[in-house]
Design a protein around this ligand. Sequence first.
Ligand code: HEC
Length: 147
Amino acid sequence: MGASVVGCEREEPALTPIVSPTRAVLPWVGFDAARSWPAAAGAFHSRGHGAGRYDATVRVRPATLEAYRSAVSGAVFADGSAIAMFHRTTDGGDGSVFSMAKADGAWTFVAAHGDGTLIDGDTASCARCHDEAPADHVFGPPKPTAR
Ligand code: HEC
């Protein structure tokens, strides 16, 4: 059932992106599609991004949904897999959207603002941390924070 995140102390300022803030304002072409993808699970409290200050929903391209939900350690995702994580401030404001898509055997990481414009910066930090993930750079479905 999902949205059950509680306990954040106070309102936070705008999301502090892991990558640096914009110079160019470019739309992320995948944004509208990603918003329409099914949610892999209910909203949860992100532990990996923004030092735990955000709630998030993971949306997955329909063809990737089953692989994502059933991902176990060592699983490998097919080319064409795509996953997007929508962050929200604890007061429900729009946060950034982090996404990863696999083509030719490699993941590409993208970070966008809540309005769908790209966050211009280096995504090497995304890849570095996701290198540690158990299932082909993917951490897998969030565990509900409460039920
Ligand atoms: C310090 C580690 C870390 C960094 C840096 C990081 N992530 Fe993540 N990411 C995680 C963790 C942990 C999760 C699992 C959900 C959670 O608790 O946040 C996750 C989840 C995701 C997901 C959902 C798919 C999955 O793995 O289950 C996407 C998409 C994603 N991150 C994209 C990005 C992008 C894009 C960046 C860079 C802008 C990035 N991440 C940077 C740790 C990180």
